[in-house]
Write a protein that binds this ligand. Structure first.
Ligand SMILES: [Fe+2]
Ligand SMILES: [Fe+2]
Length: 169
């Protein structure tokens, strides 16, 4: 039987607990990613979507669920607002933030190689090196789907910040 939305949320909460509770995730709550969606909410959406895709494609025996959820939650752990005026420092954000997210995540968490690689290369094919693991491809695909939805969502015309699959803002 396919996982329900509630079951997916519970899995993300369970496997992502250490990350979701970290003090630096508070930075993501005040940085906007696409439209009115915060980086925190975006990361949870991506994590939920990776689990949904893995479930619907029956990939349970081929993915490490714990690493998949942690990589998805940390894929945009760059910890700054890329819209902020910064004298051009974030001009290359699209190309550089995977590496920044990976370095920040390594500083704050103990990551395995699947998590490191999936975070660092999630912007493929914008960045040249593809993910090495299936978990990385799921993060990359879920990120693109979520980003497209958030960018073109009607939500962006309303100043609401409740759009997340787990009570994130
Ligand atoms: Fe990203
Ligand atoms: Fe993202």
């Amino acid at each position: 039987m396919p996982l329900t939305r509630t079951q997916i949320q519970q899995l993300v909460r369970l496997h992502g607990q250490e990350i979701l509770c970290h003090e630096h995730m508070q930075i993501e709550r005040v940085c906007y990613q696409h439209g009115v969606v915060t980086t925190f909410a975006h990361s949870i959406r991506v994590a939920c979507l990776t689990v949904w895709i893995a479930d619907r494609l029956h990939l349970w025996h081929r993915v490490d669920l714990h690493s998949l959820i942690r990589a998805a939650l940390l894929h945009d752990y760059f910890l700054y607002d890329w819209h902020a005026h910064d004298g051009g420092r974030h001009r290359m954000h699209g190309f550089t933030h995977g590496g920044t997210a990976m370095r920040n995540a390594m500083r704050d968490f103990h990551l395995n190689r699947v998590e490191r690689d999936s975070i660092e290369n999630h912007m493929f094919p914008l960045t040249p090196i593809p993910p090495r693991y299936l978990e990385g491809y799921l993060v990359t695909i879920a990120d693109k789907i979520s980003a497209t939805r958030e960018t073109f969502s009607f939500d962006r015309f309303y100043k609401t910040k409740t759009n997340t699959c787990i009570s994130g803002k």
